[in-house]
Design a protein around this ligand. Sequence first.
Ligand code: G3P
Length: 217
Amino acid sequence: MKFFVDTADVAAIAELNDLGMVDGVTTNPSLILKSGRDILEVTKEICSIVSGPVSAEVVALTADEMIAEGRKLAEIAPNITVKVPLTWDGLKTCKVLSGEGKMVNVTLCFSVNQALIAAKAGATFISPFVGRLDDINLDGMDLISDIRQVYDNYGFDTQILAASIRSANHVTQCALVGADVMTAPPAVIKALASHPLTDKGLDQFMKDWAKTGQKIV
Ligand code: G3P
């Protein structure tokens, strides 16, 4: 499973990238706001760090305007993935831009049918939002699993990019049900290294080592 990092925080991306944890990056208007940076500048900087797909989202609502924005975003770097919302105009945009050879990430997916039509419109990635479905007492992971089954039934090559990932458990479940990619905030990726028994075991080792009075270097 590929790991994308869901942030426009350049320092956090660079830190994880140095550890080989970043196969790509996803951003959205909320994350650009949080960064306090200009979208074109910060996205260019991210693309200079990360060689995998970097999603940059259009903000227009009509297909013609989304296509124009998508083309401009795609000029930033060859690894830009144009992110469009799962609306009829977003799907039109997906069809046009994917026809031009650009990578397209169709976002704000909350149903299997939405994922199905995004694949038919040529999406490179489909982004189902796991956490936001959990928020309304639905099971976000069931959606990932159902899309996996439908895409496999028909051989769609659109990659399932599980988004709105909020916890280490979400990451485990994504890997178990076969998401192609998961995108998570840096804190969630860092939390994958944590286990209370690791902390407890290390604490015991340190106490015992101190009693030996030895040094390695
Ligand atoms: O990738 C989508 C993500 O940024 C949304 O996450 O936690 O705001 O639902 P969240």
